[in-house]
Design a protein around this ligand. Sequence first.
Ligand code: FES
Length: 142
Amino acid sequence: MYTEKVIAEFTNPEYVGEIADADGVGEVENPGCGDIMRISLKVEGDRIVDARFKTFGCAAAIASSSMATRMIRGMTLSEAWNLSNADVVDALGGLPEPKVHCSLLARGAIRAAINDYRTRRGLPPLEAGPAGCCEGTKPDNG
Ligand code: FES
């Protein structure tokens, strides 16, 4: 049912936890199942130098958040904002169709963390939109 990469990220997540002095923190909840994902970021310039997650949820949500934090480390805020759930699913080698929606939590948490980062600096939050839309929306290097 799950790929080896999904099982590896679920059973041995490398970046689980929380950054004590995070520059931005985002938390989202899937209203359907109640699963919660929290991602914290450390930013230098416009680049993410550390990303950690805490996920109360299913195996697919945990694997997605683990892979997403792995992927956005080293990305610019713009690149991380534009990371799609399809990018995360591809990096995991796929998810069973009924579990693809779980990967949307990771994108939502990343965008919420970026908007928290922006708000802390007096910048307006970007329109994150409902899950599944807003591909291509870019932050203005805030
Ligand atoms: Fe809730 Fe996967 S079932 S996020």
